[in-house]
Design a protein. Structure first.
Ligand code: GLV
Length: 327
């Protein structure tokens, strides 16, 4: 008998088809947003779950699904899953690392350039029919070339962002839990490790690439924003909750920093409505990894993890090898 799995969100049809070769699949083709209670109902009797970063898989849900053996998250971040609770329950948890590094780094640059050079704001103005004549002081922004790029969180994506700064002749400063080995720093456009407050004070453009956890909740709040330059740009491609959105809104409104490019928000897809009134914020709906090849690769990777786990092999991207029970 094939194991039963739930695919919690709409996904590429070829992935559903492939998984159907191995599993009895319940899909969510209408892409309904299930409440935790509905998700729990659908998960009843399933041994596997294919989910995305949008599904909260907490300890209560895990307790309520004793037959669940594998969770394959189609995301590199896994803060949506209570990994300790899953491990205690013997549930294998996998993610989709590496293959989105370059695409997400590209997108960090898209947001940085759009925010620093006021692309969203000027495009809205043009579409609004307001362009009557050239003006010497219209939409003056900040330069990227020759500027200091700050990166908070220097994992693989941070390093990919740093590498791209070579073409802009930028100096790269970073802060991380631990400094990188010298050869990785050299490869990341000779990035230099500095103390966190130093990074905040010296960066002309600061990109956040931290994983979200209790320790990084509101890592950027009013006190941190106060250390930044009034001409600085802040980019968040990591997770909502790393930034205190209310504090950021106040800083942008009062021009205590110049601009922000934000792909993630606290409580997304709901987000603080005051962002909408800010011309100096470029807002995108969590699309950092959303190139067609990368999203296809992420879906295939999550499916591979699920299939491997149920074939008795170690899934390639197992996050909790210590989970005692094996699928
Ligand atoms: C996207 O946010 C991911 O974690 O893959």
């Amino acid at each position: 008998m094939k194991p039963k799995i739930l695919i919690a969100r709409a996904i590429f049809p070829e992935i559903v088809e492939r998984l159907s070769d191995y599993f009895e699949v319940q899909a969510n083709p209408g892409d309904e947003s299930w409440s935790p209670a509905r998700l729990q109902e659908h998960l009843r009797g399933k041994q596997g779950l294919f989910c995305t970063a949008g599904e909260a898989i907490g300890a209560d849900l895990i307790r309520a699904c004793p037959e669940l053996r594998v969770i394959a998250n189609m995301a590199v971040g896994f803060n949506n899953i209570d990994l300790d609770a899953a491990t205690r329950a013997g549930i294998l948890v996998t993610n989709t690392p590496e293959l989105l590094n370059e695409t997400t780094a590209d997108f960090a640059w898209a947001l940085l350039m759009a925010a620093a050079r006021r692309v969203g704001e000027s495009e809205r103005w043009l579409r609004d029919g307001q362009w009557q004549r050239w003006r010497y002081d219209a939409f003056l922004g900040a330069d990227l070339h020759g500027a200091t790029l700050g990166i908070l969180g220097m994992g693989r994506i941070g390093q990919a962002i740093a590498r791209r700064s070579r073409g802009f002749d930028m100096q790269v400063l970073y802060h991380n839990r631990t400094p990188l080995p010298a050869e990785l720093e050299a490869h990341a456009n000779h990035a230099r490790y500095v103390a966190r407050d130093d990074l905040l004070a010296r960066a002309d453009h600061l990109v956040l690439v931290l994983p979200y956890s209790a320790a990084t909740h509101h890592a950027i709040g009013a006190a941190e924003l106060a250390l930044m330059k009034p001409t600085a740009t802040l980019v968040n491609i990591a997770r909502g909750g790393i930034v205190d959105d209310a504090a950021l809104i106040a800083a942008l409104r009062e021009r205590r920093i110049a601009a922000a490019g934000l792909d993630v928000f606290e409580n997304e897809p709901a987000f603080h409505p005051d962002f909408l009134a800010l011309d100096n914020a470029v807002l995108t709906p969590h699309i950092g990894s959303a190139s067609a090849p990368t999203r296809h690769a992420m879906a295939a990777c999550a499916a591979d993890n699920l299939i491997a786990a149920f074939s008795g092999k170690a899934p390639p991207n197992l996050l909790n090898p210590q989970a005692s029970r094996r699928a």
